[in-house]
Design a protein around this ligand. Structure first.
Ligand code: NAD
Length: 494
């Protein structure tokens, strides 16, 4: 097989000077230059200049100026614009997927199905909330002395300008989660993509403008998170921060936002577990492990990294898993036959290889993989590691890579207790034909989302977010409404 041919509009986009999207216009940066690297080759795709302080403030001012007219636009009109943007993304599917694959190393198939198709689905879901974000009428108990009566109602009012800070692993989809939720509530947004994947959101913003979104409703600023984060969050117009990324950065963002009295939601990482009960066959377990741990080279926040297997099945599972991992086609992400692409950037590549080395040093057993693939690009073999004990670093530290840690248990209750003994709790799964047993375990797993006989699937109707150190707040479902609106009470005497 060979790479898909790049569409002319992708080549043309890469040939243009890129920077930011502020007040409905593409702008070049005035700050420090940085390069975007193709992780499949290590070559520079293009160099752009980050936003300086003046541009960061200009984006916030543009969003602030656009807020009142956007809030006051008839709600269904806002929903109709989100639907138009969904259609525009669907039409531009291939070009956006190619661009994303070039920047992040995501396989072209996943870029199409997750970055684009899922973004379209989420946009349509959130558009469906237009006209349905309501308050309630309340029964007031105040006494009446002279025949007067009372009533009260609540309204949901948009909080204002939302700063959305997004990571590199799903740069379109995660931004769309924030963008669509904010916009349907009547907020305007300034998005800050990762330095590694700054391009596709610029194209999304261009498409939105062509769809008729007024200038300033959607702005994108690129550059260093350490520089831009405080500038955007500290700007007086910022009413709320919606952050997705690492625990360390999320905690810093949380401190900054709360010090300044800004609302904040955090979608962070963790160390997710998958617990397989002993009624499953080794083949069923391996199918589950591949689904839970290895999609997108493991660079999915909700992916499982710790696999708990019944002791008597461990050998058979690891033998079969090793065969299946070794047979996965690894190569160019633009080749439709590729299943394993590169890691998204050099920092991630170095981190994952460092953690594998540490595992070796701690006496964990590398069952398969465990090496860089060699040649150009940031490829790491899909890896399975049998950890020496629950104290191994790999049982605690997120690799965010194609590295599963495997540990045997004798008693499922003991396994559950150890899984819960974690500072994190984003996602977990339990696998069994015994639905009654699995449901009982799901009640006690400490995670924001628990899957039974599945893992990693997200649906716009199902709230998503972490407990403990993995985050604050929920996206999707109806849960997002609390985060993007203020509840106003109105009391009336008549
Ligand atoms: P990261 O924390 O390094 O960066 C995330 C974003 O924060 C980037 O845009 C970055 O520029 C910005 N940033 C950096 N410093 C900042 C600062 N001081 N102030 C404000 N913004 C700043 O994360 P990453 O490496 O891009 O992404 C990987 C991490 O994201 C993993 O830990 C993963 O688990 C997590 N993640 C979580 C979810 C979720 O929904 N829970 C989804 C995807 C990824």
């Amino acid at each position: 097989m060979s790479d898909v041919a790049l569409l002319p509009q992708v080549t043309a986009f890469l040939g243009r000077r890129q920077g930011h999207f502020i007040h409905g216009e593409a702008q070049e940066g005035q700050g420090a230059a940085f390069s975007v690297t193709n992780p499949a080759t290590g070559d520079t795709l293009l160099t752009l200049k980050g936003a300086d302080e003046a541009q960061a403030h200009a984006a916030m001012q543009a969003a602030q100026a656009a807020f009142a007219p956007w809030r006051d636009m008839p709600t269904l009109q806002r929903g109709a614009l989100l639907l138009k943007l969904a259609d525009a993304l669907a039409e531009e599917r291939e070009a956006l997927a190619q661009l994303e694959s070039l920047c992040s190393g995501k396989t072209i198939q996943l870029a199409r199905m997750l970055e684009i198709d899922q973004s379209v689905a989420f946009l349509r879901y959130f558009a469906g909330w237009a006209g349905k974000i309501n308050g309630e009428t309340l029964d007031v108990s105040l006494p009446s002395f002279a025949g007067e009566k009372y009533t009260a109602f609540t309204r949901r009012q948009p909080v204002g300008v939302v700063v959305g800070i997004v990571p590199w692993n799903f740069s379109i989809m995660i931004a769309v989660w924030k963008l669509a939720a904010a916009l349907v509530c009547g907020c305007t947004v300034v998005l800050k993509p990762s330095e590694y994947t700054p391009l596709t959101l610029l194209r999304v913003a261009e498409l939105a403008t062509a769809c008729g979104f007024p200038p300033g409703v959607i702005n994108v600023v690129n550059g260093s998170g350490a520089l831009l984060g405080p500038l955007l969050i500290g700007h007086p117009a910022c009413a709320k921060v919606s952050f997705t990324g690492s625990v360390a950065t999320g905690n810093a963002v949380n401190r900054l936002a709360t010090e300044q009295g800004k609302r904040v939601t955090l979608e962070l990482g963790g160390k997710n577990a998958a617990l397989f009960l002993d009624d499953l066959s080794p083949e069923e377990m391996v199918n589950g492990i591949l689904e839970a741990g290895y999609l997108n080279q493991g660079q999915i926040c909700a992916a499982a990294e710790c696999f708990w297997l019944p002791e008597q099945k461990m050998e058979a599972v690891l033998a079969l898993l090793s065969e299946r991992l070794a047979a996965m086609p690894i190569g160019s992400p633009l080749d439709e036959a590729t299943v394993v692409g590169p890691l998204a950037n050099r920092a991630q590549f170095d981190k994952v290889l460092g953690l594998i080395e540490q595992a070796r040093a701690e006496g964990d057993e590398i069952v398969c993989g465990g090496q860089a693939q060699g040649g150009k690009g940031f490829f790491v073999q899909p890896t399975a590691i049998r950890v020496a004990s629950v104290d191994s670093t790999l049982m605690r530290e997120e690799t965010f890579g194609p590295v599963g840690s495997f540990i045997a248990y004798q008693d499922a209750e003991q396994a559950l207790a150890t899984i819960n003994d974690s500072p994190y709790g984003l996602a977990a799964s339990v696998w069994s034909h015994n639905l009654s047993h699995a449901l009982r375990i799901s009640e006690r797993l400490e995670a924001g989302i628990v899957w039974i006989n599945m893992h990693t699937f997200l649906d716009p109707a199902v709230p998503f977010g972490g407990v403990k150190g993995s985050g604050i707040g929920r996206e999707f479902g109806s849960a997002f409404i609390d985060d993007y609106t203020e509840l106003k009470s109105v009391m009336v005497r008549y």
